[in-house]
Design a protein around this ligand. Structure first.
Ligand code: TLP
Length: 347
């Protein structure tokens, strides 16, 4: 029987309909700016978020790193939350590519407050790095798909305007926040200088992310994308998949959220397993096993033997992510496997 794969929403394969659209996509040389499908995708994302311009990039990592590069100068400081992707999973990119230092602040469910940011902004003195940028992640991956509240975003925006800092949104999963809250994408867009969105996560496209911002910012990002070897030629084949994904796979994210709730409830019904249900707002479930004395990597191995794939997120935590390639039956099976493994291991 095919395993149930909950390792990430990045593992989905393009559907037959998406592959047809890709095969038929109009293409051109995007390094000359002549790929109609890439141009249409960039225009679409810019419009959705109310930004002036957008740039198709290879990955979420490239989008975030370009944003850091374009908003800063070497020696600057970037304020972020300590569990965010740019700080933990982008291979030291900010130091390597932009020669900036990060100032990670402790968050609650991925949220850092205006007060924390205000206190972290450096005074204008040549002893200090220049505080230049704040990075926000919404939804927050390591916080279990938690949504960054719009009210806090608005306050951060007001503060950073006053203190002359830029704000970047790592919106790899902003689509999930939009569907879960009903907050329009443009409303999110209004409060940021730049946004990275991913097409290859919940939306189910095979490759690609889009960076959006002002025309001048995107022009600068375009240059660095070229320097970093990210200029692609007939990229319309993959851009077409992204456009299709936005059109056809956005509303259905609600299904992923309902399925994640079911998994979270199953896991948290075990007396020694903890799931932060307040954080479980979208398609990510993080279960903490510390009270069981079990080790997450061992549970991952046993789950895999039973046909359920997930990943260890810490020595005691597992992450499960719902996505486009799952059906209700897969969730039922996942629930059965979780029950069985926990029964085996905890009795
Ligand atoms: N996240 C991946 C892993 O790197 C952990 C995943 O499976 O969730 N921002 C956020 C919030 C992300 O979760 C990710 C990918 C990225 C950026 C980077 O995207 P890619 O993988 O396209 O570089």
């Amino acid at each position: 029987m095919k395993p149930v794969d909950l390792r990430s929403d990045t593992i989905t394969k393009p559907t037959d309909a998406m592959r047809r659209v890709m095969a038929e996509a109009e293409v051109g040389d995007d390094v000359f700016g002549e790929d109609p499908s890439v141009n249409a995708l960039q225009d679409k994302v810019a419009e959705l978020f109310g930004m002036e311009a957008a740039l198709f990039v290879t990955s979420g990592t490239m989008g975030n790193q370009l944003a850091i590069k374009c908003h800063t100068e070497p020696g600057d400081e970037v304020i972020c939350e300590e569990n965010c992707h740019s700080f933990n999973y982008e291979a030291g990119g900010p130091a390597f590519l932009s020669a900036v230092q990060l100032r990670p602040l402790p968050g609650v469910r991925g949220v850092i407050t205006t007060e924390q940011i205000d206190a972290a902004i450096r005074p204008p003195d040549h002893h200090f790095p220049r505080s230049q940028l704040v990075v926000i992640e919404n939804t927050h991956n390591r916080a279990g798909g938690a949504i960054f509240p719009l009210e806090e975003i608005k306050k951060i925006r007001a503060l950073t305007r006053e203190r002359h800092l830029k704000v970047h949104l790592d919106g790899a999963r902003i689509w999930n926040a939009h569907i879960a809250t009903g907050i329009p994408l443009q409303e999110y867009g209004r409060h940021f200088d730049s946004i990275t969105v991913c097409l290859s996560k919940g939306l189910g496209a095979p490759v690609g992310s889009v960076l959006a911002g002002s025309r001048a910012f995107i022009d600068r990002a375009h240059r660095f994308r070229k320097i970093w070897g990210g200029g692609m030629r007939q990229a319309g084949i993959i851009a077409a998949a992204g456009l299709y994904a936005i059109e056809h796979h956005l509303a259905r994210l609600a299904e992923d959220h309902a399925r994640a709730q079911k998994l979270a409830q199953c896991l948290s019904s075990h007396p020694k397993v903890r799931v932060d249900m307040q954080a479980t707002q979208t398609n990510i479930v993080i279960a903490d096993f510390h009270e069981t004395g079990l080790k997450a990597p061992d549970i991952v191995v046993t789950m895999k033997e039973h046909g359920l794939y997930c990943i260890a997120f810490s020595p005691t935590k597992l992450r499960m992510v719902t996505h486009l390639d799952l059906k209700d039956e897969d969730i039922d099976r996942a629930v059965q496997i979780i029950d069985k493994v926990l029964q085996e291991k905890l009795t």
